[in-house]
Design a protein around this ligand. Sequence first.
Ligand code: SAH
Ligand code: SF4
Length: 351
Amino acid sequence: MEKKGTLEINSISLEALERDFVEMEIPKYRAAQVFRWIHKYAAASFSDLKNIPGTLQTAPAAHFYISELTPMAERTSADGTVKYLFGLFDGQTVETVLIPEEDRVTVCVSTQVGCAMGCSFCATGHAGFVRNLSSGEIAKQVEYINKSSQVTNIVFMGMGEPLLNYGAVIGAIRLLNCEAGIGLGLRRFTISTCGIVPRIYQLADEQGQVGLAVSLHAADDQKRRQIMPIAEKYPLEELMAACRYHVRKTRRRITFEYVLIADFNDGLDDAAVLARLLAGLNCHVNLIPVNPVGGTCQRPDSKVVQCFARYLSQHSIPTTIRRERGLDIEAACGQLKQAAREVAHENTRSD
Ligand code: SAH
Ligand code: SF4
């Protein structure tokens, strides 16, 4: 791949690109044209930039490089969900999932290679942290998919903890929001976090339009600590105070994700503690029957899931059960990568 320049052009905002172009003695208005090729058409190389003077291919190529995002595997589920495995410039890989529905097309993007949070039920957590993605690498996952399916919503629910890569995630939102690129409205983005308290306050203060989903998974500290190490650092009292602040400040409803694990957090006593914790808060609970990875936990019976949901609804907590999407293609966080690694491992063994 071409990599002559040293600056990653995909991570640069339109305003900064305009300044760079002026310094390079290229007319300022050309920056928007190049930005459009990079972001709207997900150009893979400067020679892809068409209908512009040749100097606009050669001059930027000397200063910048285009982020690499090479599709390495793609699996389509019977329900239309598509899961991509993308290769990055340094040989690392990330997963992205496309979820087409009647009225929207959602892309679930990764924000880090791996994750340092180590949640016990999560395949990404098991793999550990490798590195942060850049804004350009995050945005390009959407831009690549947008070439063939017009994307309407973005959820930061792929690999990684978005609020531990705050700057790059907000940078990616700005790139995707820019009219010269895809131009997605800020309210179409949702950040999912395991609960990095100071960053929740920061989001509330700085990014009021962006939606927030908080991975709760247990409504008491003792249980939460058993499956989410971050709960040691930020106990529920602090997390809930940050969530209440977010709702007050943004006037937006917050989503709580609750992974249901059989015989661990799926009882009506757990539902009762959860209902008490969330009482009076403008929120919505999304129940996710766990996708068992590595045989460490089991998915509850669907009747148990229904009972849990009914209890919350009866106690005035709006609740939905996440529709099973892409189960046949292992669409849960980190699983395709794990499957790909296993395939690679099998291949190596059979060599
Ligand atoms: N790090 C962020 C965002 C990525 S994970 C977070 O934790 O919120 C996105 C969602 O997938 C989280 O709610 C996470 O708890 C959930 N998840 C992870 N592993 C899962 C599994 N095996 N089954 C079901 N949901 C899972
Ligand atoms: Fe990281 Fe989220 Fe997985 Fe926890 S659930 S390990 S925070 S990606």
